[in-house]
Design a protein around this ligand. Sequence first.
Ligand code: NDP
Ligand code: ZN
Length: 353
Amino acid sequence: MKGYAMLKIGESGWIEKERPACGPMDAICRPLAVAVCTSDVHTLWEGAIGERHNMILGHEGCAEVVEVGSLVKDFKPGDRVLVPAITPDWNSLEAQAGYSMHSGGMLAGWKFSNFKDGVFGEYFHVNDADGNLALLPKNINTVDACMLSDMVPTGFHGVELADVQFGDTVLVIGIGPVGLMAVAGAHFRGASRIIAVGTRKVCREAATGYGADEFISYRDGSIEDQVLAMTGGKGVDKVIVAGGNCNTFESAVKSLKPGGKIGNVNYLGSGVYLNIPRVEWGVGMGHKQLNGGLMPGGRLRMEKLGALVAAGKLDLSPLSTHVFTDFNDLEKALFLMRDKPADLIKPVVKLSD
Ligand code: NDP
Ligand code: ZN
């Protein structure tokens, strides 16, 4: 089979590989649509998870099942499915402890385009099919379905990590597709005021639609100065970090009230240490919590988030700004994600309606 792969750090291209084999609990799937993620850019061009050779990229897509293992109960060939970016081993001790995303080790629930070939192939392998796949609701199109792999669950996980409560004032740093879903999630959770950080017009328009009230630019001076000026010097209750870098945590801590919480879902592609300011962290005693996490993945989350979209309560159409219809355009889509033209939120390659 053919797939679009990371050849080594900084180099990518089409390769030929054997179609993956199906274990007794697994499924082999054929993509119906796939999306490129900023994480693919960190992996390929920044070498953020280290060197990989001839690894098929991609972890966002929806698919048709073509083969299932003998122990798979709930899926069969021909089923159209949502595929989470994170596919934990649900019988691992880490999953039993509540950290499915770390099943088998730190971040090891993230298998596609990390520990094995991803979804940018003619076929791909899904471990623990019953635990990870979900049926694709009939009224969700294949392009929107791709957003359920990672953008929706990751943005919403940022909201969970920041523990957004009714009436909170929430700062969302970064309004690419992940931050946009964090805005949507904070709005669902009852935030009274959402301040969003990001400059691009297309993202600001989408963020307004998802519930952002005000915007600031990280290019117009420090985020914290702007946040403190907007909140009468008090700061915000919660911060969700979905963009920036290791220095962003300085702004997040300085923007936060004592007792506030930061939820980070940003993939820190470079740098060594996070910058936590001593004084604004209450000289160690400010009760300002920092949680960074990979989204948990799995079937239940896929089914529930899919139900939200199927019920018409979450419109994903603003996210997919660039839709291609030829598998060979995957390379174009990937380079678009790296170059981030001003009108881009998410590039998708649709192979079937
Ligand atoms: P984008 O690159 O599309 O968006 C980044 C956002 O951050 C933009 O709004 C950008 O603003 C803003 N930004 C850039 N630089 C700064 C800065 N210095 N300070 C503050 N804001 C800044 O990214 P995505 O939405 O696609 O992804 C966000 C992150 O989440 C990525 O790192 C991605 O790898 C990660 N991720 C994490 C996952 C997880 O499970 N934890 C899963 C999937 C993705 P502007 O456009 O104006 O420059
Ligand atoms: Zn992703």
